[in-house]
Design a binder for this molecule. Structure first.
Ligand SMILES: [Zn+2]
Length: 116
């Protein structure tokens, strides 16, 4: 979080903004695919780049109350997911400081390249 310059990720399995293809996350940073977002399937990442976060917001989710911040592509400002700031249930605290990306709003760069 908070990168001033656009970062480029190396290696295989890079997820990028679906609209502008700015690199956001690596497959190696995936913690879980068992999440659901506003647009369907979502992925929990331990680390991402090239996003900015919005205001803190207290939300009641299926797993309890969380303080979250929506995250947006640094380049095109499109919403891509959210980050967990605080979880109130002790068994949900592992999510604090991690990031959800909505699968519908990101694309798999490596897979796109393999098509050509
Ligand atoms: Zn973008």
């Amino acid at each position: 979080m908070g990168y001033m310059h656009q970062a480029f990720l190396g290696g295989k399995g890079i997820y990028a903004c679906r609209d502008c293809h700015t690199h956001i996350a690596q497959r190696s940073s995936i913690e879980s695919r068992q999440y659901t977002g506003q647009y369907g399937r979502a992925i929990l990442f331990t680390d991402i780049v090239n996003v900015r976060a919005g205001q803190e917001d207290k939300r009641s989710m299926t797993t309890g109350v969380h303080i979250v911040r929506d995250i947006y592509c640094m380049r095109c400002s499109k919403y891509v997911g959210w980050t967990y700031v605080k979880a109130f249930e002790s068994d949900q605290r592992f999510k604090e400081g991690k990031f959800i990306l909505e699968r519908e709003l990101i694309c798999d760069i490596t897979r796109d390249w393999e098509v050509y």
